[in-house]
Design a protein around this ligand. Structure first.
Ligand SMILES: *Cc1c(COP(=O)(O)O)cnc(C)c1O
Length: 404
């Protein structure tokens, strides 16, 4: 490592809160699937900022939209209308088939906003007694880092010493419809769930799970809230992961790739009157729905569709998964994925996934471990067949090494 890289890392350590433990690379430039470090070394980005950069780094059309809008108008607050918000609403509603849209910034804010909205719906439409609303969530969920959300996490690292937490949540196992049926009470307003659990290590539920979930929610007048912040917008090879299951959520949460990684933009989308219960003054955000965010998100959605990125994710996802399955290595316990949301789970004896990610860095691939034994692979959706093959070669040589 050059001395300047060490300086950057040391300065971060000296001044920054130590809530991350990044891999030892300092990035300074990105284009498409590639990023470069300060020494000029090139890497294939197999994390895509947790799927926020699905459209590829610094996509020229999103960049142009952002610069153009930044020259004209960036923020009005919602005290006034702006000429981008209505167009953003129309385009995201048309793309996703939604009826109502609530624009926010981070993913966690979208989740919090959805919880507030389904509670309000529960009291004002479903008739749940005030203060009694229950939201069902899954074990090993990841929905963000705010207080409300970490209160219903099951990960001790996420929760410990951050309490006390808000009541009103019930936790059931993921992929278990009997548990859902049992957990529903007359006060249940919503089931909040990820279509595929991303941070838990790309956990795909059993076939038919969401069909049954949809039936149970409909039968009990419970809002099905799908957190598609990571799975949405083409990541799994379809616009929304719910389409693999042939179902429709009542409330869908988008974030991350909604801006192509340029800006924090998230949205709560609803198919019914959940968002209709919000009245002026009852919820808001200074930056939510600002013209810069809207212009960026409009461009990010447009290139996703116009440039065939969703179809490419489906095609390259199959190639990548098949390629991973062909790797004969004792270190691999399981390979799984849908579209370009992929994971290699290592045998416990193989050593920590982090060591493999560091070895991959040496070969020009940036990937992120999750939960000790899993290497997550999620490149930008613009990856080509040649680039997939290039990555597979390097993964094969790394995974046949032994770091135990
Ligand atoms: C990343 C993520 C979030 C939180 O998004 P932030 O923008 O980091 O607040 C919520 N849900 C899921 C499924 C995510 O992957």
């Amino acid at each position: 490592m050059s001395s300047s890289v060490i300086d950057f890392i040391a300065a971060e350590a000296r001044f920054g809160a130590r809530n991350y433990e990044p891999i030892g690379v300092v990035l300074s430039r990105g284009e498409g699937v590639w990023v470069w470090d300060t020494a000029g070394n090139r890497y294939l980005d197999c994390l895509s900022a947790y799927s926020a950069v699905s459209q590829g780094h610094c996509h020229p059309k999103i960049l142009a939209a952002m610069v153009e809008q930044a020259h004209r108008l960036t923020l009005t607050s919602r005290a006034f209308h702006n000429d981008q918000l209505a167009l953003f609403y129309e385009e995201i509603a048309a793309l996703t088939g939604s009826h109502k849209v609530l624009p926010m910034n981070s993913g966690a804010e979208a989740v919090e906003s959805a919880i507030k909205s389904v509670r309000k719906w529960g009291y004002e439409v479903k008739g749940v007694p005030d203060g009694q609303a229950e939201v069902i969530v899954c074990a090993n969920n990841f929905h963000g880092r705010t207080l409300g959300i970490v209160g219903f996490s099951t990960d001790p690292e996420t929760r410990t010493h951050f309490g006390p937490f808000a009541p009103g949540f019930r936790i059931i196992p993921f992929g278990d419809t009997a548990a859902l049926e049992e957990a529903i009470t007359p006060n249940t307003v919503a089931f909040l769930v990820e279509p595929i659990q991303g941070e838990a290590g790309v956990v795909i539920p059993p076939a038919g799970y969401f069909t049954k979930v949809r039936e149970l929610c409909t039968a009990n007048n419970v809002m099905l809230v799908l957190d598609e912040i990571q799975t949405g917008l083409g990541r799994t090879g379809k616009l929304l992961a719910e389409q693999h299951e042939g179902i429709e959520a009542d409330v869908t949460l988008l974030g991350k790739a909604l801006s192509g990684g340029f800006y924090p933009v998230s949205a709560v989308l609803s198919n019914n009157d959940v968002l209709g219960t919000l009245r002026p003054g009852q919820h808001g955000s200074t930056f939510g729905g600002n013209p810069l965010a809207c212009a960026v998100a409009r461009a990010a959605m447009r290139v996703l569709v116009e440039e065939g990125m969703i179809e490419n994710a489906a095609r390259q996802g199959v190639r990548f998964l098949e390629g991973l399955k062909d790797i004969r290595a004792n270190t691999i316990r399981e390979v799984r994925g849908r579209g370009l949301m992929l994971a290699v789970e290592l045998h416990p004896e193989a050593g920590r996934a982090r060591r493999y990610c560091e070895a991959l860095q040496g070969k020009g691939i940036l990937a992120k471990d999750t939960h000790e034994q899993t290497i997550r692979i999620a490149p930008p959706l613009v990856i080509t067949s040649d680039q997939v093959d290039w990555a597979l070669e390097r993964l094969a040589t790394t995974l046949t090494q032994d770091f135990s």
